[in-house]
Design a binder for this molecule. Structure first.
Ligand code: ADP
Length: 636
């Protein structure tokens, strides 16, 4: 029988993830009992270190992609959206309130402040937020510049003072977004989500009242009116997205357009960093996008949360988050990856080796160095690799654990062969935004990239610049990636995990990428959608062999790629211009409700090809029963 899947939680949380995984029959990793590599999923609220990505084994998954700080930290997000606006125009990138990063942008802010003060008859308000805090901490709102006081790096943003209110209460939407992959960009949005209310009535004459102006649950659950009935809002401070949909219906709002605009915000924000995030197919990440809707039903992006809170404060949390976590796990499809771990650990005859062990350059270790890796002991990494040379099946303990002596006596391990010349060659290249693509059918382990220790360990380390200094010199990951967590993890905890907070060192996304590579086809993880027994819709393939990710995974709906053109545009180097054109075109069709008239000649040509239309289904994320995008136009 196959061994259970094993999960590893950093610092014992989040509890909901533990609960969901245990219910699904997983086992929790226990440092004392298991080998360092003997887990399938490592989930943590804060970021992983570069080495943890490099040392990933085929059956292992992480719940964060590397280097997403470009959208999850308030100042980085502002910088990247500003850059996208400057490059691609503000027609689409108009969803973020004007933002300045202080102290650097102080002069620009002052100029804008004065300009608006002179130009407008009405008052303009500003909101100040520390760049690296979350959960409403350190936030204040002001109208007069004399009230602007700050002692750390902050963003200062136009305060949306005309937000849509329900029974006089402000609210925002927490939208759960799962990025299955950045290369190619594959995005899913969960159908359920949360609406978070302020617990006191919105009132611009009391800017200091955070219960009226901030919608963070972490603040409002301590408000004096949390438990009071508040008109249509009811008790507490949260609705499910389903309840919000009922509200929209009652208001006779053009719901499709609102959802599509939110959808656009999410895609456009992810695009801002997509080319700079290194490829790591073993990662699937859940982001929390906070969207505020104004009185004209225009959605605004407030921030992107790195580790959205998974605590259960109320009934709405329970009905949304448990299914959400379960769907994220489904997104990772472990059936086939587990069999890899299984084979690596348990099977003595490994018929389809993951690594081409018969490659001449494959170093075979005759004995198993079985020292357990101690935390921080980076120099002593051992890799369990699935070349098993003996015919004797080692004895298992009651808990399914291999006895140490049996392992040592029976297993030999082999590192994946590498091609030294290719690695050196790649090292010399200056790579700009996208990850290196190794066009090779050789046997280097491409999941890990050329710089991975697994690959590296097969080399003569003396001949190379040490990895860590190399990464440091090349602007790689040794800096704080930790940003808008609204989970329960504290800054202190992050410090404990060895991460530093170096806000001034955080670049925008225009930096070189040598630390990670795209996977070569020769050594890919098994297609996570390929298992027959799995519950999600099978991946389809287009006529020219491109994989179409499933339309739905649980309650997650695929929102990118959303048509054949965006699929094509995201297959290799992300073609941002094409993606933007497609988004604009789709939104234009929804705005006018005249899809057919809006179609460009090129699209008409594409539509004329029946195969094209039928082999790519996309649902419009948002409505209760999401229609096919093509149906939206027919019905409007
Ligand atoms: P945090 O990471 O601390 O939660 P946010 O950017 O999400 O920071 O801001 C906290 C809350 O402040 C939001 O949930 C929202 O209610 C309010 N808020 C933030 N920015 C704006 C803005 N530009 N206009 C109106 N309200 C805002």
């Amino acid at each position: 029988m196959a061994a259970s899947l094993v999960f590893r939680l950093h610092d014992r949380g989040p509890e909901l993830v533990r609960e969901v995984l245990l219910e699904r029959g997983w086992e929790e990793y226990n440092e004392g009992e298991r080998e360092e590599e003997d887990w399938n999923l490592y989930w943590r609220g804060s970021s992983f270190q570069t080495s943890q990505y490099h040392n990933l084994l085929p059956w292992q998954r992480l719940n964060h992609h590397p280097k997403t700080v470009g959208i999850t930290r308030k100042d980085c997000l502002a910088r990247n959206l500003r850059r996208m606006k400057a490059t691609f125009g503000s027609a689409l990138y108009d969803f973020s309130p004007t933002t300045f990063i202080l102290p650097n942008d102080y002069t620009c802010f002052l100029a804008e402040y004065n300009r608006l003060r002179l130009a407008r008859g009405t008052s303009v308000y500003w909101i100040v937020k520390p760049v690296d805090l979350s959960r409403g901490r350190g936030i204040f709102i002001f109208e007069d510049i004399k009230d602007l006081v700050y002692d750390c790096s902050v963003v200062i943003q136009r305060y949306i003072s005309s937000s849509l209110l329900i029974s006089g209460y402000k609210f925002d939407l927490r939208i759960y977004v799962c990025v299955k992959s950045f290369h190619p960009l594959t995005v899913y949005i969960h159908q359920e989500g949360l609406v978070r209310f302020a617990t006191e009535k919105f009132n611009l004459s009391s800017l200091h009242n955070l219960y009226a102006h901030l919608t963070n649950t972490s603040i409002n659950k301590f408000g004096p009116f949390y438990k009071t009935e508040k008109g249509r809002v009811g008790q507490g401070c949260k609705w499910t997205m389903s309840k919000f949909r009922h509200f929209l219906h009652s208001q006779q709002i053009n719901e499709l357009l609102l959802w599509q605009r939110i959808n656009n915000i999410i895609t456009l924000t992810l695009i801002a960093i997509a080319t700079s995030v290194p490829s790591c197919p073993n990662c699937v990440e859940l982001f929390g996008f906070d969207i505020l809707i104004d009185a004209k039903f225009k959605p605004w992006l407030l921030e992107v949360n790195y580790s959205p809170a998974l605590t259960l404060d109320c009934q709405a949390d329970i009905s949304v988050k448990k299914k959400l976590v379960s769907d994220v796990i489904d997104m990772m499809n472990y059936t086939s990856t587990d069999s890899l771990r299984d084979r690596a650990y348990w099977k003595h005859r490994y018929k389809q080796p993951c690594f081409k062990a018969n490659h001449p350059s494959a170093p075979v270790l005759s004995t198993l160095n079985h020292q357990k890796k101690k935390r921080g002991n980076k120099g002593s990494h051992t890799q369990i690799l699935p070349l098993l040379k003996t015919s004797h099946q080692p004895e298992k303990t009651k808990r399914g654990k291999l006895k140490q002596r049996d392992i040592e006596a029976n297993y030999q391990r082999c590192l994946p062969p590498v091609e030294l010349s290719k690695i050196r060659e790649a090292r010399c290249r200056i790579i700009n935004t996208s990850a290196i693509k190794l066009h090779t059918n050789q046997t280097q382990n491409p999941i890990l990239g050329q710089d991975s220790r697994t690959n590296e360990s097969a080399l003569n380390r003396q001949s190379r610049q040490p990895l860590v200094s190399y990464l440091m010199n090349n602007g790689s990951l040794y800096r704080s990636d930790v940003t808008n967590h609204d989970n329960t993890e504290t800054e202190a905890e992050r410090q404990c995990s060895g991460e530093t907070d170096v806000s001034s060192l955080i670049p925008d996304t225009q930096e070189s990428e040598e630390a990670f590579t795209r996977p070569a086809a020769s050594w890919k993880l098994p297609n996570i959608y390929s298992t027959k027994t799995f519950r999600i819709t099978a991946e389809k393939t287009t006529g020219n062999g491109q994989n179409i990710p499933p339309v739905k995974v649980g309650d997650f709906i695929r929102t990118f790629p959303f048509n054949r053109a965006t699929l094509k545009a995201s297959q290799h180097e992300l073609d941002i211009r094409t993606v933007l054109q497609e988004i604009q075109s789709l939104t234009g069709q929804l705005v006018l409700g005249k899809g057919d008239k809006m179609k460009s000649r090129r699209e008409e040509k594409v539509s004329a090809d029946k195969d094209v239309d039928t082999d790519f289904d996309s649902l419009l994320w948002g409505p209760k029963d999401p229609p096919l995008i093509s149906q939206c136009f027919k019905s409007t």
